[in-house]
Design a protein around this ligand. Structure first.
Ligand code: BG6
Ligand code: MG
Length: 214
């Protein structure tokens, strides 16, 4: 019996995944290598510094710790230029209606995101007050695929993990949900989100029945 839904932010509530990609691609190009959308799948859900490590590995670049911090800061600066310009029109199709349906059915809703920019994004799209709990990259010590972010979300809502469903667009996020003992609904392509209990293309026209797993 499902009592709570935990939503990933980037790529599920809002299409910031494309801005992350553009900013990482710009950094890769500046460092002299190409960075494809396929490469980008590996960065989804993963923390900023871990994403940078993967990017540098793809480009075969070795840099010192200080340079890493500067590169991450640079990427974040470009990324923030995009997200501070966003507004409600960038909320993904179906999100608002689905959250409304959940609330009408007594289901609690929370955000579980690895991003330290979560509050900036929620403010830009005017959704801060839609969630009963917001666990973001500033509140966790281990990013996805570690389950910490979702376990803290369940705890904040006072709901058991097995009564939670996570909505995720990243393989790292689906893994985090499953490791946390929760149901995972992949939002995106079934080819990529293989470990999810169910996969939907987006939240458009999703009915409350999606929460039935028996
Ligand atoms: C996740 C994104 O939500 O947040 C990742 O899927 C991103 O791509 C991570 O790296 C960290 O984000 P930020 O905003 O703290 O750099
Ligand atoms: Mg995501």
């Amino acid at each position: 019996n499902i009592k709570a839904c935990l939503f990933d932010l980037d790529g599920v509530i809002v299409n910031t995944a494309k801005y992350h990609y553009l900013a990482w691609k710009r950094l890769a190009n500046e460092l002299g290598f190409e960075f494809s959308e396929e490469d980008n799948e590996r960065l989804k859900g993963v923390s900023r510094m871990e994403s940078l490590e993967i990017l540098l590995e793809i480009g075969n670049k070795e840099v010192d710790e200080n340079t890493k911090l500067k590169l991450a800061e640079k990427k974040n600066g470009w990324y923030r230029e995009y997200i501070t310009k966003m507004d409600e029109s960038e909320i993904l199709p179906g999100v608002k209606d689905f959250i409304k349906t959940l609330k009408e059915n007594g289901i609690k809703v929370a955000i579980g995101s690895s991003s330290k920019n979560t509050m900036t994004i929620l403010e830009s799209i005017n959704m801060v007050n839609e969630f009963e709990a917001i666990i973001d990259g500033n509140k966790i010590s281990k990013a996805k695929p570690d389950p910490e972010v979702f376990l803290l979300g369940a705890e904040a809502l006072d709901i058991k993990p097995e009564e939670c469903v996570v909505f995720e667009d990243a393989t790292a996020g689906v893994e985090a949900a499953k490791r946390g003992g929760m149901y995972a609904i992949g939002v995106g392509s079934p080819d990529i989100l293989k470990e999810a209990d169910k996969v939907i293309p987006n939240l458009e026209n999703v009915s409350i029945d999606i929460l039935n797993f028996e």
